[in-house]
Design a protein around this ligand. Sequence first.
Ligand code: PHB
Length: 388
Amino acid sequence: MKIKTTFVTLLATAALVPTFAIAQTNGKLKVGLMLPYTGTFASLGNAIENGFKLYVAEQGGKIAGREVEFVKVDDESDPSKATDNVNKLVKRDNVDVLIGSVHSGVAMAMAKVAKDSGTLLIVPNAGADAVTGPMCATNIYRSSFSNWQPGYAMGEVMAKKGIKKVATITWKYAAGDESVKGFKEAFEKGGGTVVKELSLPFPNVEFQALLTDIAASKPDAVFTFFAGGGAVKFVKDYAAAGLNKTIPLYGSGFLTDGNLEAQGADAEGIFTALHYADSLNVAKDKSFRLAYAKTYKLQPDVYAVQGYDAAQILGIGLNAVKGDVSKKAEFAKAVEAAKIDSPRGVFTLSKAHNPVQDFYLRKVVGKENKYEGIASKGLTDPARGCKM
Ligand code: PHB
């Protein structure tokens, strides 16, 4: 009897297949948001979600005519839980698209599952070079940056300034390592030397011994990658140790983006490089900032922009395939040809699906990451190892 029921169920399921195919273009669009909502990157995850939802709201709650439904997972920026988390979204919740994450290690697990399952993935922050390197795929996109990019841009700037000896300090994981690697590549090409490379495990914030080490080795300047809550603590500790008076601090722009309220006067004068800045003279940025502030009673930051642009990429691709996520090649063709009208300024995607974009030099003045000029124009990640 039981076997018979199962057989009947199977038949019924088979009969449903054509209906499912229609549902792919007409039913609700299930968006899986896998982001950190707790821990040192919690505010980054929230800003990405806000930006993404602002774009969806501007489209009347629909993308390519499909009403958007969200399924959320707090990934805690924990790579050890990432594969389970992403599999839940893909296998249990059957999402149409994955959006995530902030942490490079978590994003790598997502990219692996996306590559194996063919699920569409748009990375709205994590810079892991490999996502648009060896892991590159027709169904994998990034609306943010590669870790190499802001590091490289800052290396060019610091070498051009005539700075000779630099110490680096960061978290020991892909984002820190690859930011420093990108920095070193450009800085050494420009004649500089990295005299000391310091690190501590993510997300630790016991900086004291490392700051003592920096003070003792007296470099001309320091280059750093930190972000979120950890970056707030680092900037405060750097100033408390008096180092901001003697050894100028430079970084990829995550150090100060979204953090200035919390860092206060300790951040004053810090130079960073990033694909976004305050006071950009970009029409899209002006309307975006007004809409964001009105909706959330908050100022946007780079993470909000990347969330908004992840939704824009989804919109461009899905409009081209009339909402059918299974048409991956056509989706890719549309996105690859697009000029994305971002608050950061118009950008395109490389063949490996990483933004080709300008990096700005910014200086902290009061509560602003003030635009100081172009650090690196139309900077393209080398996409080492991508075969597509
Ligand atoms: C990363 O882990 O790739 C990462 C995290 C936070 C940032 C930037 C990069 O602000």
